[in-house]
Design a protein around this ligand. Structure first.
Ligand code: PMP
Length: 433
């Protein structure tokens, strides 16, 4: 049996801190929607790991693919192709709306958005990149520059040409009118006026999450992304959708941009694509792909187009489609939202409920009158929920304090959703009492 005291003393001594705290739980096993701690205590994982285990943990069919490929075809140099890579590109090409057609594959979300930005810069031969003021696009240098939800406290210079656009904060926006309506059109005019004034005439692309997740589950209102895309096109900018969290069915559409009736010029996906294995994709049109290479785009990395993760990606698409998981995300999402609405009626500390499908956010407020978000109360509730057997993530970044992100696997059952809601009910009740 594992000795917890030794485990934590070794972790303290040898594991470098990355700045973010760890929970006190030691997890030794994971299966489906559940993770199990060192004492074999069952915890419902309403975070899908770090949003990657969308088919649940250790899905047997995914495990079988990993086993087959690690024994037979693991990894090749970047000039050699194998069938699963072309199969995955063809699968995506068939599912994506025209003119999106061409894809290639990388490991992480940060990498895929870096690639998307690089493609946009090379294809347009311009260098300015616009992103929302509450965005999260990754941790490597270029995408960290396009990430605003964590503030700029790291203090290093950002990429030249990086510009921020006011995120559509909805109820928190100064463009919310006294009658409750939200004048996002004026807010957007203001945003573009700022961009046009700051630009040096080299606007390459706008990169955005269709639902801003780490920034606080911010869902742009209907019509918003359509107009945003039009404004980009007017300026000759490419539209990059970062569907790291929203892609592959999570929001109740295969791709979240479908709800907004837009087609981006470049699409980056990751997380759920590999269901626990590092796999990401970049997709674009034949025309942009060609223009990028002509403009000097060159990408050669160790794990690009690797057979093992690509084979997993093929299996993940097969399961999502075969098992109707996009519809399942809608159905379980509706059930979750109804349950959360009941909790909102019961507890004053729940402010807004936001999100779609199985990407939901609960805003925890510390005062029913001023409705200020409360990081402390949010942390207390998530800590209590974990004690009671439910793991949900608090998006505890500046500007998004007190937002719970609830994102179970798409395979979550009716009973598991009910059980999680009941634990959340107990956790909030006990913290408020
Ligand atoms: N984009 C979005 C929208 C994300 O949520 C994330 C990860 N949280 C990333 C990019 C970066 O992905 P990764 O952590 O795999 O590099």
């Amino acid at each position: 049996a594992l000795d917890s005291t030794t485990f934590w003393s070794q972790a303290d001594k040898y594991l470098m801190s990355t700045g973010a705290p760890y929970t006190p739980t030691i997890v030794t096993r994971a299966k489906g929607t559940m993770i199990y701690d060192v004492d074999n205590r069952e915890i419902i994982d309403f975070t899908s790991g770090q949003m990657s285990a969308s088919l649940g943990h250790c899905h047997p069919e995914v495990a079988a693919v990993v086993k087959e490929y690690i024994e037979n075809l693991d990894h090749l140099n970047s000039t050699i192709l194998s069938p699963p890579v072309v199969d995955l590109a063809a699968t995506l090409g068939r599912i994506l709306p025209a003119p999106l057609e061409k894809s290639y594959f990388l490991s992480t979300g940060s990498e895929s958005v870096e690639a998307a930005i690089s493609i946009a810069k090379r294809a347009t031969r311009k260098f300015e990149i616009v992103a929302f003021s509450a965005s999260y696009h990754g941790a490597t240098y270029g995408v960290a520059s396009a990430t605003y939800c964590m503030g700029r406290k790291h203090g290093s210079p950002v990429m030249p040409g990086q510009l921020a656009f006011p995120a559509p904060h909805g109820s928190r926006s100064p463009f919310r009118k006294p009658d409750g309506t939200y004048d996002w059109e004026t807010e957007m005019d203001f945003g573009w006026a700022m961009i046009d004034q700051q630009s040096v005439g080299s606007l390459a692309a706008f990169v955005f999450e269709p639902i801003l997740s780490a920034g606080g589950i911010i869902e742009p209102p209907m019509g918003y992304l359509k107009r945003l895309s039009m404004e980009c096109r007017k300026r000759g900018m490419l539209v990059i959708a970062d569907e790291a969290q929203t892609g592959l069915g999570r929001t109740g559409d295969m791709f979240a941009f479908q709800r907004d009736e837009i087609v981006p010029d470049i699409l980056a996906m990751s997380k759920s694509l590999g269901c626990g294995i590092a796999l990401s994709s970049v997709s674009t049109t034949a025309k942009i792909a060609e223009a990028a290479v002509k403009g000097g785009f060159l990408w050669v990395t160790t794990h690009q187009n690797d057979p093992l993760p690509a084979a997993v990606g093929c299996k993940v698409f097969e399961i999502v489609q075969r098992d109707g998981l996009v519809q399942q995300a809608r159905d379980r999402g509706d059930q979750l939202r109804e349950g959360l609405l009941r909790l909102k009626d019961k507890y004053w500390c729940i402010g807004e409920l936001r999100g779609r499908g199985l990407l939901q956010g609960i805003e925890i407020i510390g005062d029913p009158i001023t409705k200020v978000q409360s990081a402390e109360l949010g942390a207390a509730i998530s800590g209590k929920a974990l004690d009671l057997g439910l793991s949900c993530q608090i998006v505890s970044l500046p500007g998004a304090f007190g937002i719970f992100r609830i994102a179970p696997p798409l395979t979550v059952s009716f009973e598991e959703v009910e059980k999680a809601l009941s634990i959340l009910d107990q956790a909030i009740g006990s913290v408020l009492s």
